[in-house]
Design a binder for this molecule. Structure first.
Ligand code: AHR
Length: 318
């Protein structure tokens, strides 16, 4: 529901970061770990331009929360108009957000969520329903096994998890676990983090393939780890995808995932939408106009199986 915005800043400020009439936005980005993240950065940078009335101060935290906390403190020091954070992990934000609150700077959280004791420490959040994405993965797999006459088979699964403690990891892991409980013939052999990167995804998959010779399904908590897993599977002399030995379930649905599905090495990618720039700008516009904003905004997302990939790919924006 609606809730009043905290912080009260006017559009043009004469103190702090000198910017003329531009609205100064400090954005602390997670890093550059995935295609998704690149698309997200691009969406933010192409939205928060001078032409659109903004001065963007961009910081890449290289997947480290300590770097994000430093960046936010810098933004406070520079007295920016808005702080936008794509948080690496959910916890650990109370102190620095208290500092932002005391400085009167509104904080907007984007993509992953934060877990704070006091909700007034941020003004609004926009991002994905990661738990739903995990549910969608199980739903797709159950239907796929049924369609292929395998619903009563023993199904062995491994998971390449994202950054532990990030909403994207927590939601996808928990959502999958919760719904797979309804299928007693599915076994989760092992879960390990691949840090959302292709190289770590490949490394972890190599070790899974050494430990288990009976893997039926890989759940990769993002596309880039799936690409690494596909390479590891090929290198081990196995096959994957709709006509292969191993089913690949992935998340994000970036352009390269559509290529993998068209090529036949990936079965499905569950969408995670990175195009948050205009959504954050919309929130800022409302705050500037003194309007209230929704505290939580979930974006709509789809499920893209291999059989529709060729048709859908030309319509995709990232
Ligand atoms: O938080 C969104 C996740 O972060 C995406 O699934 C992943 O690719 C990115 O690194």
């Amino acid at each position: 529901g609606d809730s009043p915005a905290s912080g009260d800043k006017s559009a043009s400020k004469s103190d702090g970061a000198s910017s003329g009439d531009l609205i100064v936005v400090g954005f602390s980005q997670v890093g550059a770990e995935s295609d998704w993240r690149t698309a997200n950065t691009e969406s933010m940078k192409s939205t928060f331009t001078k032409e659109n009335g903004y001065e963007l101060i961009f910081d890449d935290a290289q997947q480290k929360q300590e770097n994000q906390i430093k960046a936010v403190r810098n933004f406070i020091q520079q007295d920016v108009d808005y702080i936008v954070i794509a948080p690496v992990t959910e916890t650990g934000w109370d102190t620095v957000l208290q500092e932002a609150k005391e400085a009167g700077i509104p904080v907007i959280i984007v993509d992953r969520m934060i877990d704070v004791s006091d909700d007034s420490l941020f003004t609004a959040w926009v991002g994905s329903n990661f738990l739903q994405e995990g549910y969608d993965a199980v739903k797709w797999l159950a239907e796929y096994l049924e369609k292929n006459g395998r619903k009563d088979e023993q199904i062995n699964i491994v998971t390449l998890q994202g950054t532990i403690g990030s909403s994207a990891q927590i939601g996808r892991t928990d959502g999958f676990a919760e719904k797979m409980a309804a299928y007693p013939n599915w076994t989760m052999l092992e879960k390990q983090t691949g840090e959302f990167t292709q190289s770590k995804g490949q490394e972890v998959m190599e070790s899974f393939l050494k430990s288990y010779d009976d893997i039926d399904v890989v759940v990769a908590e993002n596309d880039n780890m799936a690409f690494g897993a596909i390479d590891a599977i090929k290198a081990a002399g196995k096959t994957c995808g709709p006509n292969g030995d191993i089913i690949i379930i992935s998340f994000d649905a970036v352009a390269a995932a559509f290529d993998a599905m068209i090529e036949g090495t990936m079965n499905v990618s569950i969408e995670c939408n990175p195009l948050h720039g205009p959504r954050v700008a919309e929130i800022i516009k409302k705050l500037e106009a003194g309007q209230t904003v929704d505290k939580l905004q979930y974006v709509e997302e789809g499920v893209f199986p291999a059989e529709t990939a060729a048709e859908i790919k030309p319509t995709r924006a990232y």
